[in-house]
Design a protein around this ligand. Structure first.
Ligand code: NAD
Length: 429
């Protein structure tokens, strides 16, 4: 495999190249798939509450739309770059294809720490984002959604702004909207629960008893919270720690309890950005440890669910020999070098774009409900999600067994084959 990189887009390209070699993919097809089809870079001037003007850098990248409209979240993060957006857009193409959604891959971003803006400044920013990009998005060409730093309320504002600009109510332009404002029940839980459906299937395959298994989770935002709840409530296993970025101290911590954390209690002391009140946690008997402590725990399952590039050639050395499953809740948490180490150690990896596909799957269900103007119950949504995730997991596992391939490579094989087939059917190649 190619040389070390923690640039997310180079990582996405390395993963693709590796499987493209295995598939002997045509060089022209590779050239299309290695790069996004379209990229938009724009400045968003925003009037601040104190009357001053700040200008934010925004992006929207559409990697591939051969299978349907581009789909992918908008991330607000201080270390966002065009390359993180490109990488995330590329992974969205593979993610939608691996769960067999009729969608392509896209992603958006704005460079900022959204916690530094007031609610009204955020509303002006997200409306400004739509004003810059509305001609290039829409239910039939590119459908954004929330990601790190963005919320359902922001999606509601974006949908409203787009509807005003095009002159008619268009809920299907964006997903992850609030329930009651065009959103789907089950979207909040979707990604975290989806992670757990795949972990459940992996445990069946490895003959593990879920109730005897332990997990360590990185992050305690939307994905991590529902993954932790799912691990405890659906699988009856124990989550012995979660971690988070402390907004006051500007460092991350691991919050542990050897007899298992109570995810509902921790959620009750966590702010909307996934930052836990460590003093309350300490008072409730939790131990506060250093940032990477979660990674070295003697657990059966590791669930990185924070940011990309967390398990590297260096940090992978801390992974306990007890770890049997790595369930990638986050996008791109493992570098290709760390991946090699995990492969050699026989860790069963559920790759990000399969593992965390629950969010986009329910986003897709949301747009289907918007189109029908008829809404399903939460149970109906979660049952459909479970079925989609289980079929996708089995498809990738079958490919891995048939081709004697690593799970990540097998997931790429399934996804790339579907995208290439759509490009062929459309006469692109
Ligand atoms: P979020 O903003 O709700 O939560 C992020 C969490 O990570 C917070 O608890 C934050 O404190 C923590 N964090 C940030 N930096 C950290 C660090 N260095 N160490 C430890 N913790 C850290 O975000 P989210 O929606 O839960 O997304 C998490 C990951 O999952 C991202 O990679 C995102 O792209 C991916 N993802 C999200 C969804 C979704 O539906 N939300 C879907 C698919 C993939």
């Amino acid at each position: 495999m190619a040389s070390a990189s923690t640039n997310a887009f180079e990582m996405a390209q390395q993963q693709f190249d590796h499987v493209a070699d295995m598939l002997h993919l045509d060089p022209q097809v590779r050239e299309i798939l290695r790069w996004p089809l379209r990229e938009f870079s724009f400045r968003i001037p925003v009037r601040m509450d104190d009357g001053s003007m700040r200008v934010f850098q925004g992006y929207r990248v559409q990697h591939n739309d051969a299978r349907g409209p581009s789909k992918g979240g908008i991330r607000f993060h201080p270390s966002e770059t065009i390359d993180t957006v490109r990488a995330l857009a590329t992974w969205m193409t593979w993610k939608c294809a691996v769960v067999d959604l009729p969608l392509g891959g896209g992603k958006g971003g704005v460079i900022l720490d959204s916690a530094t803006l007031s609610i009204s400044e955020k509303e002006r920013l997200v409306r400004g984002y739509v004003q810059q990009i509305w001609k290039n998005i829409g239910p039939r060409n590119d459908v954004p959604a929330p990601d790190v730093g963005t919320t359902p309320q922001m999606m509601g504002w974006m949908m409203d702004e787009y509807s005003k600009l095009v002159g008619h109510f268009t809920p299907g332009v964006i997903t992850g909207k609030p329930v009651g404002g065009g959103g789907s029940l089950g979207r909040t839980e979707a990604t975290g629960y989806g992670v757990i459906y795949t972990v459940r299937e992996a445990m069946k395959h490895l003959n593990l008893n879920p109730a005897e298994c332990t997990a360590a989770v990185q992050g305690f935002g939307n994905v991590a919270q529902y993954a932790a709840i799912g691990f405890v409530e659906m699988l009856k296993g124990k989550v012995i720690c979660v971690s988070y970025w402390d907004r006051e101290d500007r460092v991350s911590y691991t919050v542990s309890k050897t007899d298992g954390v109570d995810p509902h209690y921790l959620m009750s002391i966590t702010d909307q950005y996934g930052s836990i009140d460590k003093n309350k946690a300490k008072a409730a008997g939790y131990i506060i440890e250093d940032a990477d402590a979660w990674l070295g725990k003697d657990v059966d399952v590791l669930i990185p669910a924070a940011l990309e590039g967390q398990i590297t050639a260096e940090t992978v050395k801390r992974v306990s020999p007890q770890v049997k499953i790595l369930a990638e809740g986050a996008n791109g948490p493992t570098t290709p070098e760390a991946d090699e180490v995990l492969k050699q150690r026989g860790v069963f990896v559920i790759p990000d774009f399969l593992c965390n596909a629950g969010g986009v799957t329910v986003s897709y269900f949301e747009s289907v409900q918007n189109d029908m103007n008829f809404y399903w119950t939460k149970n109906e949504v979660l049952e459909k999600l479970d079925s989609k995730m289980t079929i996708a997991f089995q498809g990738v596992l079958d490919m891995a067994q048939r081709e004697k391939a690593y799970m990540r490579d097998a997931a790429y094989m399934v996804a790339i084959a579907r995208v290439v087939k759509a490009m062929e059917l459309r006469g692109w190649i």
